[in-house]
Design a protein around this ligand. Structure first.
Ligand code: BGC
Length: 723
């Protein structure tokens, strides 16, 4: 037995039942100071981890009490939500996903972890790996979008980044991946509602990102608030035991979400808190976050013979292993930091990658500085330091924010003029504040940059919207500005994909980003003037109308798929027409089958052509991999970075498969006129799916394949996997 395992066993042998259960309680401090009652709990060994100990001083006090005054001196695990940055705020995870760039996600996570570790934090509740296919759900902001492969690759990168600095002077934090499982499938996009999806979707859509993050080294998993097939995750031994531990092979710590054990009573599966504690421990919860049902009831449940003490030992062993792995016994608080300078350059780079150019009529963008005298910066998010940071920024510092207005002033003045008119007090405000001022401002400018979207508070946990159009009077503002402006550039910053369809043709150019964080302004200014390219591609489809949701690209074909030739829109149906099923295809007759913009879409400043798709073979056998080569050529006059995307379709399988599935992607930089070839490899694992099985299997047969700029276009070929 090694030294650490030895210490764990020695401690277990010495611990009282109450001390063991103490390790399983994550208590909420929610303060910068430690009051007497909390101090007493820690000194008794009644608490094993703490959430929301705010600031290094509180952490130091707590650890002193735990290590010096509790009987066994076991250090606390200090936890905090560091979702997309600590003091310096990186783009929302949804915005980072737009970069299709694992390395960037890892670097942002590493920088955030260094800032958090300096404040004494050991573990963060990130990444959120829930697949976001319903933009009404406020938590799509916290995830990596609609696709399991993208979310898995970026989630794994975030785990590696958060944990990279552990044990080094730079500092890192442990990742707690969440929310297990299928939380993204909440009914109607309403937070906390039951997850509505099939088992095949659970295994093929919702679990793969968890598998990837576990393989990347995640050692803690948070159970979801939601229920699957009628059983809340916190009480589900099948999900937390069989699926997580046996199917995915996870052997780390499983934690409940905030107060979720007590909520089992509210769900209606436990009669009281004692039964809730019993269900949760039987399901496999190791740590209860916030609530104290474990603390109050587990000792009695053991004494009454309802829970074997060996089950408690299992959890405590896992928790102590995590503490050992983090080195807490040697260094409960990291050495005094020389505070890292805010990583603003990285933050700006990440923000540049989060902007998606949706529309660029007549090459409106990039703007040319020469001859441009006056720029009007308008809108409720043009100068809103806090709002551009997005949701989950407990420790984020709005004073570090550089807004679009500030950045454009910095860039253009004093040679040029920057006018400013917020027009709406905030994103939800109704009625334009001062129409005359707005008219004048737009009228005088060579170009109007209209910064719209959602305030930070309109997305995130418990912040779901049924109508995901631009809130308040922004619609009016767009139409008004259109009438006055020579050129109108829309910039939408939001916590989710929005329905922008009725306004699209009002803009000469339109940029969209999920809240890009501290350096939103400089990134935007550089993009507008061509010093940087809008580097993002949509990580989730933009619906045309709310009623289309869910409208993800990886839909099923159905027996009667929508075809352009049989798609008839409502306005084209003659009044008084008789019964007609329009070729019987699957779509909404008022908006058609397609989203406004598909997954993977985003324009650049170059003009990229895809050519010469070549497969190494038409037929591969099990164990072989397929090499796919393609050439991309930049026919434009400006350098560009293309996000090359590889999709497959398993054309005939034992279960119906999506019409397309992302399997790989690469960012390729191309100088003007440059042509590059690049290669992907697909192995058998990339062709596998679960369907009604619990482990993925690649089934022989035909696969279609596309390489292109988004989930709809691209060059096509096919190959076979031999049986
Ligand atoms: C959320 C988690 C979060 C936790 C702690 C819960 O309400 O669902 O994602 O980590 O609170 O703040």
């Amino acid at each position: 037995m090694d030294r650490q395992a030895d210490r764990i066993e020695r401690l277990l042998a010495e611990m009282t039942l109450e001390e063991k259960v103490g390790q399983m309680w994550q208590a909420n401090l929610g303060a910068t100071t430690v009051d007497e009652s909390f101090e007493a709990l820690v000194a008794q060994g009644a608490v094993g981890s703490v959430i929301n100990a705010i600031g290094r001083e509180a952490v130091e006090t707590l650890q002193r009490i735990a290590t010096q005054r509790s009987r066994l001196g076991i250090p606390l695990l200090i936890c905090r939500d560091v979702i997309h940055g600590f003091r310096t705020v990186f783009p929302l995870p949804l915005a980072q996903a737009a970069g299709f760039d694992e390395d960037l996600v890892a670097r942002c996570a590493e920088a955030a972890a260094a800032e958090a570790a300096a404040a004494g934090i050991h573990m963060t509740f990130a990444p959120m790996l829930d697949i976001g296919r319903d933009p009404r759900w406020g938590r799509v902001a916290e995830g990596f979008g609609e696709d399991p492969v993208l979310a898995g690759r970026l989630g794994a990168a975030m785990v590696r980044g958060l944990q990279a600095g552990l044990g080094s002077a730079r500092g890192g934090v442990a990742a707690c991946i969440k929310h297990f499982a299928a939380y993204g499938a909440v009914e109607g996009g309403r937070d906390y509602a039951p997850a509505v999806c099939s088992r095949t979707d659970l295994f093929d859509v919702h679990l793969p990102p968890f598998r990837a993050a576990i393989e990347a080294g995640a050692r803690c998993v948070m159970a979801s608030f939601s229920e699957f097939e009628g059983v809340p995750a916190t009480a589900d031994p099948w999900l937390l035991g069989h699926v997580l531990r046996e199917v995915l092979g996870f052997d780390g710590v499983v934690m409940s979400d905030w107060d979720a054990v007590r909520q089992l009573c509210v769900h209606g599966v436990a009669a009281d808190e004692r039964e809730a504690a019993l269900l949760a421990i039987r399901a496999g919860i190791d740590i209860e976050m916030f609530g104290d049902a474990f603390h109050r009831h587990l000792p009695d449940l053991v004494r009454d013979g309802q829970v074997p003490e060996s089950r408690i030992d299992e959890s405590v062993r896992r928790i102590l292993r995590l503490k050992e792995w983090l080195g807490l016994f040697e260094a409960p608080v990291p050495p005094p930091p020389s505070p890292p300078p805010p990583p603003l350059a990285l933050c700006r780079e990440a923000a540049e990658r989060s902007f998606v150019l949706l529309r660029n009529e007549g090459d409106t963008l990039p703007l040319v500085r020469d001859g441009l005298q006056t720029v009007a910066v308008v809108g409720p998010l043009a100068d809103a330091p806090r709002e551009q940071l997005g949701t989950w920024i407990f420790d984020g510092d709005p004073a570090l924010s550089v807004t679009p207005l500030a950045a454009l002033r910095e860039m253009l003045e004093p040679r040029g003029r920057v006018l400013f008119e917020p027009a709406l007090q905030h994103s939800r405000a109704s009625g334009i504040r001062d129409c005359e001022a707005l008219r004048k401002c737009c009228h005088e400018a060579d170009v109007v940059v209209l910064v719209l979207g959602e305030e930070a508070i309109l997305s995130g946990e418990a912040h779901c919207r049924a109508d995901i159009t631009l809130p308040g009077s922004q619609d009016l503002l767009v139409r008004y500005a259109r009438q006055q402006a020579q050129r109108l550039i829309g910039v939408v910053l939001a916590g989710r994909p929005l329905v922008l369809t009725p306004l699209l043709d009002q803009f000469d150019a339109l940029l969209y980003a999920a809240h890009p964080g501290t350096m939103t302004g400089p990134a935007l200014a550089r993009i507008l003037f061509g010093e940087a390219e809008p580097g993002g591609r949509l990580p989730a489809s933009m619906p045309r109308a709310v009623g289309q949701i869910p409208i993800n690209y990886a839909r099923k074909n159905t027996g009667t798929p929508p075809l352009p030739e049989t798609t008839v829109l409502m306005q084209d149906v003659p009044v008084g027409a008789g019964q007609d099923s329009f070729g019987m295809t699957s779509y909404h007759m008022d908006v058609g089958p397609d989203p406004a913009y598909p997954f993977g879409f985003g324009l650049g400043y170059g003009s990229v052509a895809y050519e010469a798709l070549r497969l190494s073979s038409r037929r591969i056998t099990a164990g072989q991999s397929l090499r796919i080569e393609v050439e991309v050529a930049n026919r434009g006059k400006r350098a560009t970075t293309e996000v090359v995307q590889l999709y497959i379709r398993d054309s005939v399988a034992s279960c119906t498969r999506p019409v397309r599935e992302l399997r790989d992607f690469a960012r390729v930089h191309l100088a003007p006129g440059e042509r590059r070839s690049l290669a992907f490899e697909l192995d058998e694992a990339a062709l596998a799916f679960c369907g009604r099985r619990e482990q993925p299997v690649a089934e022989p047969g035909r696969f279609d394949l596309w390489v292109g700029p988004d989930a709809t276009g691209g060059l096509h070929d096919w190959f076979e996997l031999a049986g």
